[in-house]
Ligand binder design. Sequence first.
Ligand code: SF4
Length: 205
Amino acid sequence: MCSVVWTQGCPLRCPWCHNPELRPPDGGTDMGPSEVAGEIERYADYLDAVIVSGGEPLAQPIDELRELCRLIRRMDLSPVLDTSGYPAERLDRVADSFDRVALDLKAPLRDEAYLRATGDVMDAAELRRAVQAVRGRAELELRITAHPYLPDDCEPLIESVKEIDPDYVVVQRYVGKDGKESGPDPNELASVLEEEVAVTVFVRV
Ligand code: SF4
């Protein structure tokens, strides 16, 4: 079982964002690493891992993220990062604090497609830098949300997954703010990836 720490603030502007309330930097509750760890500790006996998610966790002070990971490990729990990988330079400073990094692949690794999927903030080169920041330092989970801005043609996405060569892939369904599911079928997308790329694919629905 996992506990999730939701961080406030995200510099990306994905037009399909399902957590827009977490994008502004202000809001939420201001807590330091010790206070967050104190909350987690109350449930530590029931937990295996703590996922730091958002928003974008890399928007938080890096030294505080590192300290939070240290405190999580002290409880014998596994720290996991959910991230867009933006900015990669900050990921590079913290990736080795986590056991696993779940890195978003928001579009095929082509600048036009990647910029479109992230609201003109993150390009494909930045995602490549993020992959390099994680490789060999934490388990690399590549997470693909089957959102409506993905192109109909799967080939560029297949090529991108091959290039990234993650430890495994998680495809998750997309549910919009209206509660309706849209975008490609996650099971079909997972089957195509599993068939075309020699990688394990899990589906999260
Ligand atoms: S990275 Fe996540 S939280 Fe940030 S804008 Fe994109 S979907 Fe929303």
